[in-house]
Ligand binder design. Structure first.
Ligand code: NDP
Ligand code: OXD
Length: 309
């Protein structure tokens, strides 16, 4: 029984070290040096090359290295009958809220503009946008979105949220499903996307939906790049329907050096860092799932394959 780490765009060694600290007897291998394929029963993956999981006939459980599992479910050759688990970690929520607070404060205080003025030594002060005049809309009220919405509400922002099922979050007006989607957008100035990527949410950040935001409108995308229709964003910025965007996730990661996002004066780019999973923090839940797989016991944070998140 062996745990295989398969990752692209992340270093595998810190994960191996963190897992070995929990149990030094673990048999861990790093793809592509997996040894005998029959040994592999558990895979810990991030953006694995599609098709590779088919090589392991005894593979039972696949764990994402992060909160999202879209990178696993997008594999057209994903073997059937696998169990899929993801990371749920209170530390992720804290980091995510800090990042989002920074993005919201930076928008309210015109930081994009001042950074652009700095190049030409331009002194042109403006009052910050008033908190009381801005409503934050959180799309996705799950492990991350619910806490984020509550914390912004506790900071005296008006907050609305949107999800599939009904929520009761103090001081947050929650909208549900497609029938209330338009109302949610109509009430929102600063849109925070914390949805998982599924067939239902792909391209949801499009011209029709984003045009429904209340002005001034600003987009913060920390969900997934494929939620956003990139050309629509360009047109919305040009037509001043959106004042700007802060983007942490992209359809292609790493974002290519010649992508127009890097040079657009109203776009801030960060390299998928709004809340990074720390191997040491989450190794215990991964080792527990590895052991429970062996014992045939229920797993932590198992993903519903029908819902896709
Ligand atoms: P959860 O699965 O806990 O929550 C997802 C939320 O989205 C739920 O509230 C769910 O509704 C809602 N939702 C799903 N589909 C729809 C839909 N079609 N319409 C309306 N609402 C919908 O996820 P997390 O909070 O843990 O994470 C959310 C996403 O954030 C991840 O999938 C990942 O893509 C991204 N992420 C990004 C990170 C980064 O560093 N940039 C770090 C971590 C996560 P309901 O509650 O009713 O089921
Ligand atoms: C993610 C993560 O799912 O980094 O994006 O956890």
């Amino acid at each position: 029984m062996t745990l295989l780490v398969i990752c692209q765009n992340k270093e595998p060694q810190p994960w191996v070290d963190a897992l070995m600290k929990i149990d030094s007897r673990l048999d861990i291998r790093i793809w592509p040096d997996e040894g005998e394929p029959n040994d592999i029963t558990f895979a810990l993956v991030w953006q694995h090359p599609h098709g590779v999981l088919q090589r392991y006939p005894n593979l039972k459980t696949v764990s994402s290295m992060g909160a999202g599992v879209d990178h696993i479910l997008q594999d057209p050759q994903l073997p059937s009958g696998l169990k899929l688990v993801r990371i749920i970690d209170p530390g992720l929520v804290d980091d995510m809220f800090d990042y989002l607070s920074m993005a919201v404060a930076s928008y309210r205080h015109h930081q994009h503009r001042y950074f652009n003025y700095q190049a030409s030594g331009r002194w042109s002060p403006d009052a910050p946008l008033k908190k009381s005049a801005l409503t934050i809309g959180v799309m996705g009220l799950g492990q991350l979105g619910e806490v984020v919405a509550s914390r912004f509400a506790a900071q005296n922002f008006k907050v609305v949220g949107w999800s599939t099922s009904e929520k009761n979050i103090p001081q947050v007006t929650a909208f549900v499903g497609e029938s209330q989607q338009k109302e949610f957008f109509n009430r929102t100035n600063i849109l925070i996307n914390l949805l998982p990527l599924t067939d239902a949410t792909r391209s949801i950040l499009n011209a029709v939906n984003l045009s429904q935001l209340k002005k001034p409108a600003y987009l913060i995308n920390v969900g997934r790049g494929q939620h956003l229709v990139e050309d629509d964003l360009r047109h919305l910025l040009e037509s001043e329907k959106l004042s700007g965007a802060c983007l942490d996730v992209f359809s292609e990661e790493p974002l290519s050096v010649d992508h127009w996002f890097w040079r657009h004066p109203q776009i801030k780019v960060t390299p998928h860092v709004s809340s990074l999973t720390q191997p040491d923090r989450v190794a215990p839940q991964i080792v527990q799932n590895y052991q429970q797989t062996f014992l045939g016991l229920p797993l932590l944070n198992q993903v519903d394959l029908n819902r896709g998140y």
